[in-house]
Write a protein that binds this ligand. Structure first.
Ligand code: F6R
Length: 600
């Protein structure tokens, strides 16, 4: 998705903006641009389709300025091109915009009827024109006037040569974070662009606007009421945003999983009562007992991790629980029940569909907890309480460590709720010990990487693959198929193993290998008979489970059966990664995908 960086201060904005944009590349983009106000008060703009490095290399030495805005664009309205790249300019005003302006056609037509010549096909270009046409004396008021005409979502940053040293930023559905420096200020759509310069940040809320000068900032609502913001401190180290010797972030993040799981568990297991403590839950035992149902919402891999969570909660706490894509839930006028606990899952904390589902729930009086990785993100702030993953920044588009940490956090929540309900101390201890064993067991799986890579290179020759699993193995199969298609572009379909004979068995042939999730649990015999049905139809079967079935099998260490869905996806992450590498794909930036989907 698009990225924004902005700076105002005594330094040269240009290297800060290009470095910041490079830090946002992981989100996916097709073009980039900068606008700076030169020390002599002129506006300098450079933008082009293509990479940030090429843009930076093309800048002449005199391209300097003390205040500036930068952007990486992920095309929505109009193809990737130099003209469609941001910033967009009208007279003295330059704007970068993330989000989608829904009434852009109407606004473009109005501007054109007034004789304005538009230089791009974008929705965003209306913004600088609306701002430049305002008669307001303050840039902030001109931006406010322009935004009052906009229907849609935005994160914006604006400069105007008539207001040297001033940046105005605003947020509605697309993140904006201010960074506080020493007599210099920053803003960005993602803290990744700021950590190199400052640790002190302020997250804007939807409907908020900020005027930023080198010596400080003030925030207000769109209707000009002042707001108070407390800065928070970013804990993540700058190095977490570097590949640190790995060829791809995806592989680095797969290998970070033992440490990420340790962080997710740290300080949360209680050896006395064999339960879990989750500080941010804001739910006392009486309230927890009153919960009759749990509904988990997320998108993509966050949804699949939520499905694992729902199963864990049902198994350990015996509370009816299910997961649903947040992207569907928000559009179906959901019935919101007072005794249902809603849980929103998101790595980025900015996924628009999930945020919109949370907002709809809160509007209807629903109680929502967040299971979120990005501290201070919109979803985290919108929820009534929550649990952070502490997985560290996830840069690769394909989610790996955040998926695993989410499943671990759900195991902790299920243990906590289970011990409030009927889970015995002995079972509580058994699950807690199982959780403590996970980091070491993930290491064991990672040590099999060479074997899995060889298997992946062989599987990369197929055009399509089937993933099957039963009950605990079903979300694992879905996540495995998701990972494979995202990065290798091999078509992959996941099916519950129990449903094969109700249709998809017709597809089985030597050309369609099936990856089967077969843990050694109470369903092992059932799964074996499904594999027999596939093999009888000459289908190749690759098993992921606890039994060594030769070359076409990957064995994961045994833990408690309830926790199987945490370990079993890890070989599938490696399989997807190495299939993509064998096919020579840009693993961290898969085609058509962006890291965090902040648009509607
Ligand atoms: C899959 C993937 C996506 C995300 C989804 C939700 O590898 O990365 O499916 O899981 O877009 O993103 P978050 O968790 O940031 O809300």
């Amino acid at each position: 998705m698009c990225g924004i960086v902005a700076y105002t201060g005594p330094g040269d904005a240009v290297p800060i903006l290009t470095e910041g944009l490079a830090r946002l590349e992981y989100r996916g983009y097709d073009s980039a641009g900068l606008a700076v106000v030169g020390r002599s008060g002129d506006l300098r703009v450079r933008k082009a389709a293509g990479r940030v490095a090429a843009l930076a290399a093309s800048l002449p030495a005199r391209f300097k300025g003390g205040t500036g805005i930068g952007h990486t664009r992920w095309a929505t309205h109009g193809e990737p091109s130099d003209d469609n790249a941001h910033p967009h300019v009208a007279g003295t005003v330059a704007v970068v915009h993330n989000g989608i302006i829904e009434n852009a056609d109407e606004l473009r037509a109005k501007l054109q009827a007034d004789g304005v010549v538009l230089a791009s096909e974008t929705d965003s270009e209306v913004l600088p024109h609306l701002i430049a046409r305002s008669a307001a004396a303050e840039l902030e008021d001109a931006v406010r006037e322009a935004l009052s005409q906009i229907v849609g979502t935005y994160g914006i940053a604006v400069v105007d040569t008539r207001h040297p040293g001033v940046l105005v930023v605003a947020r509605n559905g697309s993140p904006v974070v201010l960074g506080i420096g020493e007599k210099e200020m920053y803003a960005a759509s993602d803290v990744a662009a700021l950590v190199r310069y400052t640790r002190q940040v302020v997250h804007l809320d939807d409907g908020e606007l900020a005027t930023i000068r080198p010596d400080g900032f003030r925030t207000s609502t769109l209707d000009a009421r002042a707001t108070r913001k407390e800065p928070s401190v970013i804990e993540t180290e700058d190095a977490a945003y570097d590949a640190e010797g790995y060829t791809h972030f995806m592989r680095k993040e797969i290998h970070e999983q033992p440490a990420a799981v340790e962080r997710a568990l740290r300080g949360r297991l209680d050896g006395r009562f064999h339960t879990a403590h989750l500080g941010g839950l804001e739910l006392d035992p009486r309230e927890a007992r009153a919960i009759r149902r749990i509904k988990i919402l997320g998108c993509g891999s966050a949804y699949y991790a939520g499905q694992v969570g729902a199963q864990l909660i049902e198994e350990l706490a015996r509370i009816p629980a299910d997961a649903e894509p947040a992207s569907e839930f928000r559009y179906r006028n959901p019935v919101v029940e007072a005794d249902t606990l809603y849980i929103a899952v998101s790595q980025s904390g900015e996924t628009y569909d999930t945020l919109a589902a949370v907002q709809e729930l809160r509007r209807k009086g629903g109680r929502v907890l967040g299971v979120v990785n990005a501290v201070g993100s919109a979803i985290a702030r919108e929820c009534d309480g929550g649990i952070y993953l502490h997985a560290g920044p996830e840069i690769a588009v394909a989610s790996t460590k955040a998926y695993t940490s989410t499943a671990v956090v759900f195991a902790l929540l299920a243990l906590h709720l289970g011990r409030i309900h009927d889970l015995s101390p002995a079972d509580g201890r058994r699950i807690a010990e199982g959780l403590r064993a996970l980091p070491g067991q993930i290491e064991e799986i990672l040590r099999q990487e060479d074997r899995i890579a060889a298997l992946a290179a062989d599987l990369a020759k197929y055009r399509s693959m089937l993933f099957v699993g039963r009950v605990r193995g079903w979300p694992v199969a879905r996540e495995g198929a998701q990972k494979l298609k995202e990065v290798s572009y091999i078509h992959a379909e996941a099916y519950p193993a129990s449903e094969l004979k109700h249709g998809p068995l017709a597809l089985i042939s030597p050309d369609l290998p099936a990856v089967a999730i077969v843990p050694d649990d109470e369903l092992l015999d059932k799964n074996r008979s499904t594999l027999g049905e596939i093999r009888a139809r000459h289908g190749r079967v690759i098993t992921i489970g606890h039994t060594d079935a030769g070359e076409d099998s990957v064995v994961v260490p045994k833990n408690e059966p309830e926790l199987d869905a945490i370990l079993l996806p890890i070989p599938l992450q490696l399989l997807a990664y190495h299939a993509a590498v064998a096919l020579d794909h840009d693993v961290d930036k898969p085609r058509n995908l962006a890291k965090s989907v902040t648009v509607d």
